[in-house]
Write a protein that binds this ligand. Sequence first.
Ligand SMILES: *[C@@H]1O[C@H](CO)[C@@H](O)[C@H](O)[C@H]1NC(C)=O
Length: 312
Amino acid sequence: MSEVKKRSKQSISTDKILESEEKKAKEKASPNKNLPLRILSRTVVIFSLLIIVYMSAKDRTKIFAKQTEVIPGKGLIIECSSEYMKELDEYEGCAPKNCKRYVTDTVISTKEADELLNMAKRGLKHGGSLGGASILDLHSGALSKGSNFVNFYKLKEMKNIFDQNDFNTFRVVKDKIKYAIAHHFGVQPTKIYLTYPTFFSEISTKKAVTIHDEYWHPHVDKESYKSFHYTTLLYLGDYNIDFKGGQFVFIDSNYNYTVEPRKGRLSMFTSGAENLHHVQKVTAGVRYAMTISFTCNKNYAIADPGVEKYIS
Ligand SMILES: *[C@@H]1O[C@H](CO)[C@@H](O)[C@H](O)[C@H]1NC(C)=O
């Protein structure tokens, strides 16, 4: 009885094998029969893969700070670059608890941003690069003009273009920023110093003429300005309202994080290689911002700019 069962099972399985082998042989004999179906299915697979690749590439840019939202405070901790940490070992009380980016819309008021914007426009009216990007540096007096720079503290027509009230506004804003850095990065406010350059920037849609107009290249601040340890950017205008394009982008290996300028928005970050970034091209309007940076190295510290800067 059991013998019979076994045998019949065996014969069934043998039959199945034979059947499938027959099928394979048939397929081989007529290779063209299923070809359109195969092409179709492969095309579907390839297209799906392309869509996945495309979607994942698109998803790798995140908007960290939208222009339309008011951000009390938003930070992202990142790993410090080793050179940055090594350098800061020398300066007690100045190394950050963590390297990071931190954006806040509640430290600097719209009124303060407007006063600084007014200063920027008043000063830059007397200069202006032939290309798209101009600066006005409150420390050195450097003002973009044509394809070069002049020292506005020396120019007769710019004598007293900024009065002590203007410099006071700058100092109040600078002090607020200094304490904000101390608070959010866990450093001693007495161990960080305002450093140079400290400047207004104006970006228009004009085509670049000199290398100074090429603001859009990815860079590390510590490499551009060796005095910098903490970079801060204060936006004096609104993305998508006063200008288009001009977003600030932190470039990481997995994701890019965009900061959309907003009037009075303060962006603070450690100046090392952990914060590689670039500014996207401005495509309409004029973008105003201010760079106010701090150093741990007393040798790079600068005094608050004031009316005594004018050279008569
Ligand atoms: C981030 O931006 C840079 C510069 O535009 C670009 O080269 C890079 O591919 C972007 N990375 C991601 C993950 O999207």
